[in-house]
Write a new protein. Structure first.
Length: 184
């Protein structure tokens, strides 16, 4: 499978590619995607889980036990559950977030979609997400999957990465441009 953006070049990309290939072979692409989405949400909701992923003090064995205990609570599919065990045994638990992002890109590409990274100062509501998807679909010429991130440092507005295009309509950037213009 050919991937754009060199996904397979990074460690997380190689793990995501292996997981995607396995999910595709087992016809579980969507199930694994839902499980990874649940993991991503758990990382956002649980400070403890995020610390477990990032801490070098948590051993491989402890991480494996934590993943095994967490899987049924999150309703993870067997492919993702086994994959988490592999991550723990290989000492790669800290790569979970980039693996989730790379898998999402691979799954979107497989469905004929493109992925846009969207950064806003506040979370977008469902209507805003739908409107943004419609605008980006027109621009990209195909369906668009959004990877959203909230960063209050942009102050307001939006930053969108669609392929190699960067659309920066953030207030922070506008203020920086104004400051440069005023310097002369």
């Amino acid at each position: 499978m050919e991937t754009s953006g060199g996904i397979r070049a990074s460690l997380a990309g190689r793990y995501a590619s292996a997981l995607f290939d396995l999910a595709r072979d087992k016809k579980q692409i969507d199930a694994v995607g839902r499980s990874l989405g649940a993991l991503n949400q758990a990382l956002l909701d649980s400070k403890e889980f995020a610390e477990l992923i990032g801490s070098p003090l948590v051993s491989r064995e402890e991480a494996g036990k934590a993943f095994a205990a967490l899987a049924p609570k999150l309703g993870l599919d067997p492919v993702t559950t086994n994959f988490l065990g592999v991550l723990a045994r290989n000492g790669r638990k800290n790569a979970l977030r980039p693996i989730i992002r790379a898998y999402g890109r691979l799954a979107s590409e497989h469905r004929g979609e493109t992925t846009a990274e969207v950064v806003t100062a506040r979370p977008l509501n469902d209507d805003q997400i739908a409107a943004l998807k419609a605008q980006l679909r027109v621009r990209a010429g195909r369906d668009v999957t959004l990877e959203t991130e909230v960063d209050p440092n942009i102050l307001g507005g939006i930053v969108v990465m669609l392929g190699s295009q960067r659309i920066d309509a953030s207030i922070r950037t506008k203020l920086n441009r104004l400051a440069l213009a005023m310097k002369g």
